[in-house]
Design a protein around this ligand. Sequence first.
Ligand code: GAL
Length: 467
Amino acid sequence: MKYQFPEAFWWGSASSALQTEGESQPDARGETTWDRWYQQQPTRFHQQVGPQDTSTFYQHWREDIALLKQLNHNSFRTSISWSRLIPDGTGEVNPQAVAFYNNVIDELLAQGIKPFITLFHFDMPLVMQQQGGWESRAVVEAFSRYARLCFELFGDRVLHWFTFNEPIVPVEGGYLYDFHYPNVVDFKRAATAAYHTVLAHAQAVRAFRAGQYPGEIGIVLNLTPSYPRSQHPADVKAAHHADLLFNRSFLDPVLRGEYPADLVALLQSYDQLPACQPGDAELIADGKIDLLGINYYQPRRVKCRDSAVNLQSPFMPEWLFDNYEMPGRKMNPYRGWEIYEPGIYDILTNLRVNYDNPRCFISENGMGVENEQRFNQNGQINDQYRIEFVTGHLKWLHKGISEGSQCLGYHMWTFIDNWSWCNAYKNRYGFVQLDLATQQRTVKKSGEWFARTAVDNGFNEEGDNND
Ligand code: GAL
């Protein structure tokens, strides 16, 4: 076998609470910002399908875990819903939620699947948002209590914890680019929310270390390597700025325990720095992780700006660069994202060379495709493009490992087609097809391929497992 992966490599997939649980018992969880936004602006969601209508994992967890087993997963990441566990964010623990997550964790373990648990995957309890969300230090405190409760309730069995999934996304969506609630456009508020998220992460890591829970704690970051259009200094500088803002704003605090000096100087020069308090630097230093989850979907290509900035406009990251469309780039047209497989290798190399080669794994990678029904053959989706997408990325990941990267696994987004934030069910990502009307699950071709690959711990040049 040409692409053989290390022993005990994690093969699995990722999902999240809000995107899968579904609202089978409306009284069982508190509202999140998604529920509120949907009530206020349903047209912001594809075909007006809101967060209530997700893939019923709350009822079907046992059958769904049986499917995970059928796909030969040895690990699976999902998140705990803060608003299900503690409906008002800070008060009483909901016993139904404890029972549900205990069931899920116990069943995963019974099937030989390691539970990887995220504490926050975009689903802010509404009451916490009403207190300022990540702009408020009180919410940071509330999050660390929630994290501690999770460690106490489930930490005897969960050995892989992640404080946040893609913490920069709610910052970008909620405070810069208008694709998450509260739909603010204000860089300084974005910087404050990002800063407090790092503090919340660090508080949770502190609580984890203080409690001496078994296992390890990390974070999941969406890393988008920044490629300059050319080696012209102006393009290189543009890429450096994009890298500071979109990658290193979270990567450096969690791996090095501090912010890059360049980033601090950059924000200072535009008067966009958030307020700090005494003790923050020590707290951030304590937030260093054991394990980094890497979500990789697309690269970021940039060039220097072609035009002068309108100084009357709100300060935005795009004051510092223009996005660059590389001629001939390979695209996923449904999601509008470039597909660039070597990016995964570049991320691993950067981590190995510049960050002391941390323990890491690919925690999400995937391809959303619209109208997958057209690929239906004899009742099964024949998603050869997804198999090619995964093999393409795994080959570069394999190269990274062969050069010494400590990449311990590969998780696909996602397991069963699920609800995406504003896109609802527009693009399908799963190894398993979901029939929305009947909730029936049918394994796609890619799911069968993945099951074989996981068992063989690799594949040959053509991407198949025949030798
Ligand atoms: C990621 C996110 C997931 C999922 C995925 C595909 O950014 O973590 O929740 O939605 O994108 O769209």
